[in-house]
Design a binder for this molecule. Sequence first.
Ligand code: ADP
Ligand code: MG
Length: 258
Amino acid sequence: MIVIAIANQKGGVGKTTTAINIATAMAATGWKTLLIDLDPQGNASTGMGIGSEERGRSSYDLLVEGAPLADCIQGTSIPGLDLVPATVDLSGAEVELVAVEDRTARLEKALANHTQHQIAFIDCPPSLGLLTLNALGAADTLLVPLQCEFFALEGLSQLLLTVERVQQRFNPDLGIIGVVLTMFDRRNRLTDQVADDVRDCLGPLVFESVIPRNVRLSEAPSHGLPALVYDHNCTGSRAYMALARELIGRLPAERKAA
Ligand code: ADP
Ligand code: MG
């Protein structure tokens, strides 16, 4: 199973929207896909239509209780797409894991030797704490959603520094498969300027596909559906399908962190 962490320590940059829709796009393309919700807010679970009362064993059980992965997976309304949901318990995990010896390797161990799915996407919380470190420890590669705003590159350098530390300490093979520009508004000059700067700075690491600001993408979660199902023809859905095709093209030759 290829494991892709979707991370950026900034909140509201499109991690969860990207996780839900890229996972759906991969499942639609025929990949057996697992979405792992690693954010205590549980937005990916809610966005997949799994309300808090419908969540069985969760990513908390996986990380803290050592529950078997198979017990924490539940189906979704999308064929080929399964979910490990997150519950509010997970907000305690950072503290509960602090004293545990293998605290950054819990998720990696939980996912080891799993063959039921071909690809997994981990929706990370907006921090660089133990939950995100577990995701980076378990991941083969990282997908970074980047919102085109003034401080975008500064936040990114902090993330890249963390990736470097993770590579040095516990996951030497961690790659970065790409950076995707989100909430892109081509009528906004600043957005355009930032996008140019990001491409100048990161070159081919940045996906060609850009996710536009699209109201359908923000409406879909309140219906418990991926945008790709809610309105498969909206500009946002089409952008995520294009991103999935590009991602598949990059899968064998992962780009290493600079
Ligand atoms: P994160 O997981 O990084 O915190 P989200 O994916 O939850 O970010 O997105 C933050 C908010 O912005 C959500 O309300 C989401 O619906 C909305 N949003 C995300 N991407 C887009 C987009 N491309 N166009 C419009 N709204 C978006
Ligand atoms: Mg989120």
